[in-house]
Design a protein around this ligand. Structure first.
Ligand SMILES: O=P(O)(O)OC[C@H]1O[C@H](O[C@H]2O[C@H](CO)[C@@H](O)[C@H](O)[C@H]2O)[C@H](O)[C@@H](O)[C@@H]1O
Length: 251
């Protein structure tokens, strides 16, 4: 499997983080970034004239922490917040999360393996270390979210996320593509989870490329097995870009 990124057209590259750039870990804070990743992303950002962004369910601050000292354009919390290439930010207003958090607090008493992650305008309930509670957590959160039209439930990998309705990775990619340095470029997005399918739909609708990392059904036409395989592909692509004239800004 490969990802034919080198189409000759200037590319705008969008990358998911967990499961795509970094291997999954037992806990969100336990993720390790491969030592070569930050220099590789920095090189690609330069080669793409800045048209590289992270599009993630994480808050922006997490990405800045994991990729320090690099500060890339980021869409965080599934598009509910973001930072453009020029540093301007956006964030949706905080939705009413109080009742949902009360339900989560009740669930947390069932097993110390359950973990709450608070993220400014969203929250996530992780059950990777308590998988037997997956169905119960889902039922409780579905009921809690149904009472609030401003909220949406996302099911990720061993996680249930409650976020502002309407925020999506697809919309976040559209925001980036509306402005330099992304404007006019062919979008390419790599992700690993069902929550990335909205981003795949956006780039495919705009004539771009979508790649799924790992297994599972997807609408992405391309696939690689692991984050390490994606690193290799990105490194090879960076190497090709280095030996060609700069892609330059689109006319
Ligand atoms: O959109 P992403 O960048 O893929 O982020 C999705 C969620 O990733 C994190 O949770 C996932 O990764 C954890 C660390 O590997 C893992 O323990 C957990 O089971 C996964 O669901 C992150 O904690 C969430 O906030 C992100 O939304």
């Amino acid at each position: 499997m490969h990802w034919p990124l080198s189409t000759g057209r200037p590319v705008a590259l969008f990358l998911d983080f967990d499961g795509t750039l970094a291997d999954l870990a037992e806990r969100p804070e336990a993720v390790r970034v491969e030592p070569g990743l930050v220099p590789l992303l920095e090189r690609l950002q330069t080669q793409l004239d800045g048209a590289l962004a992270i599009v993630t369910g994480r808050p922006i601050a997490d990405i800045d922490h994991f990729l320090q000292p690099l500060r890339l354009p980021v869409a965080g919390i599934h598009g509910a917040q973001g930072r453009h290439a020029d540093g301007r930010g956006w964030q949706l207003p905080p939705p009413p999360l109080g009742a949902v958090e009360a339900v989560v607090q009740e669930l947390l008493t069932l097993d110390p393996g359950l973990q709450l992650e608070r993220k400014a305008v969203a929250l996530a309930l992780h059950y990777r270390r308590a998988p037997h509670l997956a169905e119960r957590c889902l039922q409780h959160l579905q009921a809690a979210v149904a009472a609030h039209p401003g909220l949406e439930l996302l099911q990720g990998k061993c996680v249930l996320e409650v976020k502002p309705a309407g925020a999506s990775k697809g919309h976040a990619i559209e925001r980036f593509l509306a402005e330099p340095p992304f404007l006019g470029r062919e979008p390419a997005f790599a992700g690993d989870d069902v929550t990335d399918e909205a981003g795949f739909d956006t780039v495919l609708r705009r004539g771009g490329q979508a790649l799924k990392v790992g297994d599972g059904p997807t609408r992405a036409p391309h696939r690689l097995d692991t984050p390490a395989a994606l690193h290799q592909t990105l490194a090879a692509w960076s190497h090709q870009l280095a030996s060609r004239p700069r892609q330059g800004s689109p006319a």
